[in-house]
Design a protein around this ligand. Structure first.
Ligand SMILES: Nc1ncnc2c1ncn2[C@@H]1O[C@H](COP(=O)(O)OP(=O)(O)OP(=O)(O)O)[C@@H](O)[C@H]1O
Length: 855
């Protein structure tokens, strides 16, 4: 066990090694033989004996640092603790090199005021405390200075604060770049619209974005905003027809029903939210802290700012209303010619939906309850059971909403995107990517695979960038870095989407194959990739699951529903129905399908292919930019301030790829000290080295390294010493040993000095007491003798001459003998002092021969 003293900070290894358990920080409260009492960071008191691993905490981890690259304990535990102690002090932002880690405060902090925006203007990263504004400012500064496009990649899991961070960056850029122009206003106003149609209340986040987005802000040569462009990715469509308990559908539905006037509601034949099946499955109609009616007014005014025409808004509302009416359709199971079929009992909802969609009610009923199959030019119509009918209806609704969402984003882009006038038109941009983080749920489906594929791409991009940064530092310091290796995830990417017969292409192929099912897909995947180390087969043969070894861990995907989700199309009957629609807005949404006719399934690009295409384009854009990374961390699942769930945070840190930064640094020379700091800290290890300001620090550092590490694999750059972890640990140990020895000498000397000083004080005190006491005694005796003499002499005087041969003495001329030299008022610096009194009578009565110590 390490030697510990009260007040020492230590790392306490977890008792059991679970996936996300890491060492916790603790402070020694009490020590006794063989065990110590510590108080850990959660406030728990624990007795630790030799059985539990405990190690010293690096001084940098004790009170936290603003840039975690400077942490001596640059590992998960160190990072976690650093974030924890800062978070508890409301310091939600921390750097890891150039990466900003933002922990969601779940409270409004006064750190985003206009004054703070001004404060962060033209400041380098690290000049002020870490802040999202510092990232925004640096991207703006780099863009202007290097005339290069920039991007900020914001990632994190749901509720971690990505959308808030995106908004803050936009707010900062609008504030510092512009003159409060119309275009800035339009860009900022795009957000409420996108949030209304793409955000919803989930159990993790009351305002969860259910799509990914990339907002590219364009600047002119003077650095003013001249436009923007928004790309959206993978809207969660299943939410429109299905909500988990305590969750809501997209905000727009509730806002619309809460904010519409009665006349407007009557126009769309709408009532209250509680009356719609699509809005009530989660049994959560309201969202705490959100005023849906007020939001509706904001959305409408934002739509005005973004040039949505009144009739377009009406068409959107009409479509939304039609979806709600479609959701209320109930099916009844029946048999037609002994075949399962379904019928719609209450056709009032159908009528309302048909009216809004501009189609004939009976055609709508037919499209929702029957299916047409085309074989060799012939068509056969068959009935559908209730389950199939519900699926068709839901697919219809999802298809309409999904396309309308794309239309709305396009409409926003129409207002805010200004195409370049000529090839010589100067334009640079800052893109902000707010994208779903890595997902691994109990049940993962096709969407999770796409999301995780996107994250694999971003991880690859991130790792390459970080590695590049490392290389840049090594180059600028003149360090040889050739042998540094880093783990990249190219194999996983190859498996998912790059190499021939990759997963996405196999899924695509099977989606287009008429007899393709989820089972046939799974057996093809097994067959093709069964031997790939990144591909995992489920243990049970009947399981519909396969696993992928992602950079952040293994995820198992359930293939049930894969093909249907990937096809992302709906029945030919519905396409035909739309073709007949008098609602131009609706037919416009389906223009590509309508022109494709019966070939939809074969020719329409699948969801996987679309996603891959847009992701490839995104990656190309990002690759041409100078990137900044913001990793948002959700501190707890309860949306509460000052609550830090270590396991949850550890998982996010691992998934965020931050550990990869650490791994890359570890592969090289992770520990760097400026020469000056190195000399000041380790000069005790080599004799004859003075304080840094009196030395040539590079030479002094080399001398120290030679003394302690001899010719080990360390390097000296131009300004820093580059060390391996183990070397740093060894140096620290050596320093501790030397310091312990020196401290012992200092302690010994100080203790001896203190004891000696106390002894001398006491001895001097004793002498004073002795002296005073003896003086007092002497004076008392003298007085007694004197009095006795005075009494005795008058009675003896008459007989003096006759009987006694005494000198003639009278009371009048009587003189006292002189006191001894050691009486008060006399002093001597000699070792011993003797009485020098000449009066023998007096001296004998005072033991004048006694030796008196004087020091
Ligand atoms: N910097 C912040 N200051 C105050 N509150 C914040 C901050 N960041 C996030 N929050 C709070 O956390 C909530 C969730 O944040 P946000 O919507 O940005 O998460 P997200 O990562 O975008 O989630 P999702 O992926 O579900 O969209 C916000 O509604 C807000 O209440």
């Amino acid at each position: 066990m390490v030697i510990l003293a009260k007040g020492d900070h230590v790392w306490l290894e977890p008792k059991t090694k679970e996936e996300f358990s890491v060492a916790i920080g603790a402070k020694v409260k009490f020590t006794e033989s063989g065990r110590v009492l510590v108080v850990d960071d959660d406030g728990k008191e624990i007795w630790v004996d030799g059985k539990r691993q405990i190690r010293h905490m690096h001084t940098s981890s004790v009170s936290g640092v603003e840039d975690m690259i400077g942490l001596g304990d640059l590992n998960e535990a160190g990072i976690l603790r650093n974030l924890f102690i800062r978070y508890m002090d409301d310091l939600i932002y921390t750097y890891t090199g150039s990466i900003l880690v933002a922990v969601n405060p779940y409270q409004v902090l006064s750190i985003y005021t206009p004054e703070i925006i001004q404060m962060y203007r033209d400041k380098k990263i690290g000049e002020l405390s870490p802040h999202i504004f510092a990232i925004a400012d640096n991207s703006y500064f780099s863009m202007k200075r290097y005339q290069q496009d920039q991007c900020v990649i914001i990632s994190g899991e749901s509720g971690a604060g990505k959308t808030e961070s995106t908004k803050l960056i936009l707010q900062f850029l609008a504030a510092i770049s512009g003159q409060h122009s119309w275009i800035e206003q339009q860009i900022l106003e795009a957000n409420p619209i996108m949030e209304a149609f793409g955000n919803a209340k989930t159990i993790r986040n009351d305002n969860s974005s259910r799509f990914g987005k990339y907002i590219d802000i364009h600047f002119n040569s003077t650095g003013s905003i001249e436009g923007a462009r928004i790309d959206q990715y993978l809207l969660e469509k299943s939410r429109i027809v299905n909500q988990a308990p305590d969750e809501r559908n997209y905000h727009i539905f509730y806002c619309m029903l809460a904010g519409m006037s009665s006349a407007e509601k009557a126009q769309f034949e709408l009532t209250d939210a509680k009356n719609y099946y699509y809005l009530t499955q989660g049994k959560s109609l309201v969202c705490e802290g959100r005023d849906d009616a007020k939001e509706y007014a904001n959305i409408r005014s934002a739509m005005k700012v973004l040039m949505f025409k009144d009739n377009e808004v009406v068409e959107i509302l009409k479509i939304l209303a039609s979806l709600l009416h479609l959701g209320n359709i109930r099916y009844n199971a029946i048999q037609v010619n002994n075949i399962d079929a379904s019928e719609i009992l209450d056709i009032a909802h159908v009528k309302k939906a048909a009216q809004m969609l501009g189609v004939d009610s009976q055609s709508l009923i037919d499209a929702l309850t029957t299916r047409t199959i085309f074989t060799r030019g012939d068509s056969v119509t068959s009935t559908m059971g209730t389950a199939a009918s519900v699926d068709v209806r839901d697919a219809f609704v999802k298809g309409i909403y999904g396309r309308m969402f794309v239309w709305i984003v396009d409409k926003i882009n129409e207002a805010i995107y200004k195409p370049t006038i000529s090839p010589s038109h100067y334009r640079t941009s800052i893109g902000v990517l707010d994208i779903f983080g890595f997902e691994n749920f109990d049940h993962n489906s096709f969407e999770q695979m796409c999301i995780n594929y996107a994250n694999e791409n971003l991880q690859q991009f991130f790792v390459q960038h970080i590695f590049k940064l490392e290389q840049e530092e090594y180059n600028s310091e003149g360090i040889n870095w050739q042998h540094i290796e880093f783990v990249d995830n190219q194999d996983a990417l190859d498996l998912i989407a790059v190499k021939p017969m990759n997963l996405i292409s196999l899924i695509d192929e099977e989606s287009k194959f008429p007899k393709g099912t989820d089972s046939t897909l799974l057996s093809k995947l097994h067959q093709q990739h069964g031997n790939n180390s990144n591909y995992l087969r489920a243990k049970s043969e009947i399981s519909m699951v396969f696993g992928l070894n992602h950079f952040a861990g293994v995820v198992f995907y359930d293939t049930r529903g894969f093909l249907e989700k990937n096809r992302d199309t709906f029945s030919v009957d519905l396409i035909h129905l739309i073709q007949t629609s008098s609602n131009a807005f609706l037919t416009d949404l389906f223009v590509s399908e309508v022109t494709m006719g019966n070939e939809t399934r074969k020719r329409a690009p699948t969801l996987g292919a679309q996603f891959k295409k847009s992701l490839d384009s995104l990656m190309r854009t990002l690759s041409s930019c100078q990137p900044f990374f913001v990793r948002c961390i959700k501190p707890n699942d309860y949306k509460k301030p000052h609550m830090f769930d270590r396991t949850l945070c550890c998982r996010q840190l691992r998934y965020s790829g931050m550990m990869e930064t650490i791994r890359i640094r570890r592969a090289g020379y992770p520990i760097r000290h400026l020469f000056k700091d190195f000399v000041d800290r380790y000069r005790v290890l080599s004799s004859g080295i003075l304080a840094s300001h009196k030395e040539n620090c590079r030479e002094a550092s080399y001398k120290i390294l030679q003394t302690v590490l001899k010719n080990a694999d360390y390097q000296l750059g131009k300004t820093k010493v580059f060390l391996k972890d183990a070397q740093d640990v060894f140096l620290e140990q050596q320093r501790e040993e030397v310091m312990t020895r020196k401290i012992l000498i200092i302690q010994k000397t100080i203790r001896a000095w203190a004891v000696r000083r106390r002894f001398v004080q006491m001895r001097n005190g004793v002498i004073v007491i002795q002296r005073q006491w003896r003086a007092f005694e002497a004076r008392r005796r003298y007085k007694k003798v004197n009095e006795a003499w005075l009494h005795a002499t008058p009675s003896l005087v008459p007989f003096a001459d006759t009987y006694l041969q005494l000198p003639s003495v009278t009371p009048q001329n009587h003189q006292l003998p002189t006191p001894c030299s050691w009486l008060p008022g006399t002093s001597s610096s000699e070792e011993t002092a003797h009485c020098h009194c000449e009066d023998s009578v007096w001296c004998q009565s005072h033991d004048c021969q006694e030796t008196i110590p004087t020091s």
